[in-house]
Design a protein around this ligand. Structure first.
Ligand SMILES: [Zn+2]
Length: 51
């Protein structure tokens, strides 16, 4: 499973692939891969657009 974050509203969900539409804001949002976005994983594999 991969964690995805809606670039529009910040909604986070877990799925193998990001959905076409965000279930929260109902927009065809861009989803950013947020896997490993934890302090103890050195931010490896995180989309660079997430600070
Ligand atoms: Zn959204």
């Amino acid at each position: 499973m991969t964690r995805w974050k809606c670039k529009n509203c910040g909604y986070i969900l877990e799925a193998d692939q990001p959905p076409e539409k965000c279930p929260n804001c109902q927009q065809p949002c861009e989803f950013l891969n947020q896997t490993c976005y934890t302090p103890d994983c050195s931010k490896a594999g995180v989309d660079k657009r997430i600070k």
